[in-house]
Design a protein around this ligand. Structure first.
Ligand code: AMP
Ligand code: MN
Ligand code: MN
Length: 349
């Protein structure tokens, strides 16, 4: 799938729809060859790093340190959730973003440059920029070298594809596996391919405690996290004949539980599996009249298009954006965009 493709643009007419989507597939490149003369290699991912972002960045960090021991390798990320402490190298993550000089190589993972947050400037100033990502909203890649494939489950899967197997070990395998597990919802979402499962099989052969890792990083919830989930479910509203569901956590509730965005992960996925629901919206207050929105869909609503309309992005079945307004403004504006797609879908069927 990844190999042998020329750097090109493939136009793929989506069956059933009238949308023409551009799918970019970039040629796989030789990572070590591109990094071999670099004295400094910096790695970073998106703001509010999730499992794929942390797993991919730390896998890349461990791999490059091992394969290129002479190079100074650094990893920058906003403070990740403590659950990822089980990944080797977690303590070496630099959340201060304080750097001196320019990087010879900067590798941006699981996002395009506008979502690098404090690392964006460092990325811009690097001598060679590499971008590895799988977001539909990242159409072209923002690097001098881009490895972007929208059809792949996770950036971790793409990163693993770039690794020379001779440097693989159990710790690197675990980090890659965590990335894949988080972005596929433990191999349940439609982005899971036969290749994803083949890679997962290869990874667990390196030998690490994957059931414990899945429990610790994905399933386990603190008491406060469960309370917040409970409140979000209790206060959710279904609309469009039960095809849509929306819920929000306001500033007061976040403060009451002393909660951070990391405590809200998974809520939107629980809303999505409400029977009959096609599209789930979860939002939390990020400021006065400002909400971070998470969108998920089941079968036909392209939530990346909905998020893109509001300046965000993501994938066809999982996307996000930030919108200003009251809860009702935000829900109304989103539902208009979702309804347009639902109507198109009804007309086609
Ligand atoms: P979330 O609902 O925040 O978990 O995001 C779902 C997916 O959309 C993840 O893959 C995110 O990386 C992506 N995403 C969220 N917000 C944005 C954004 N503003 N721009 C681009 N991608 C986003
Ligand atoms: Mn991510
Ligand atoms: Mn991802």
């Amino acid at each position: 799938m990844y190999t042998g493709m020329q750097e090109n643009t493939r136009f793929e007419e989506l069956k059933k729809g009238f949308i023409v989507r551009v799918v970019m597939i970039m040629e796989k490149f030789n990572l070590l060859e591109k990094c071999k003369d670099a004295k400094s290699i910096f790695i970073s991912g998106h703001v509010r790093p999730d499992g794929d972002c942390v797993g991919s960045c730390l896998a890349m960090y461990m791999y490059l340190r091992k394969a290129l021991p002479e190079a100074e390798v650094k990893v920058f990320l906003e403070e990740p959730s403590e659950v990822f402490r089980c990944i080797k190298g977690f303590d070496e993550i630099d959340s201060t973003f304080a750097v001196e000089g320019e990087a010879d190589v900067f590798i941006a993972l699981d996002c395009e440059k506008s979502r690098l947050g404090a690392a964006e400037e460092i990325f811009e100033n690097a001598r060679k920029r590499i971008n590895v990502d799988h977001h539909v909203s990242n159409e072209r890649g923002c690097g001098d070298i881009n490895y972007i494939d929208h059809s792949i489950s996770s950036t971790a899967e793409l990163v693993y594809d770039l690794f020379d197997r001779q440097y693989m070990d159990a710790e690197i395998a675990k980090a890659v596996y965590i990335g894949i597990v988080h972005d596929t919802g433990i191999f349940r979402y439609s982005n899971t391919s036969p290749e994803t499962l083949r890679i997962a099989a290869e990874l667990i052969e390196y030998g690490f405690d994957f059931p414990e890792m899945i429990d610790e990083t994905f399933c386990e919830k603190t008491y406060a996290q469960n309370q917040l989930l409970g409140r979000a479910l209790l206060e959710s509203i279904v609309f469009m004949n039960g095809k849509c569901i929306v819920s929000a956590i306001d500033k007061k509730t976040l403060d009451f539980y002393n909660a951070t965005p990391k405590d809200l992960e998974g809520i939107v996925n629980q809303l999505r599996i409400t029977k009959g629901v096609e599209c789930a919206i979860f939002m939390y207050a990020t400021g006065n009249l400002e909400y971070k929105v998470s969108l998920r869909s089941c079968k036909y609503v392209d939530v990346s298009k909905v998020a893109a309309f509001f300046g965000g992005g993501g994938h066809v079945r999982a996307a996000g954006c930030t919108i200003n307004g009251t809860f009702y403004d935000v829900a109304n504006n989103l539902s208009k965009q979702i309804e347009l797609q639902m109507k198109e879908h009804e007309e086609r069927n």
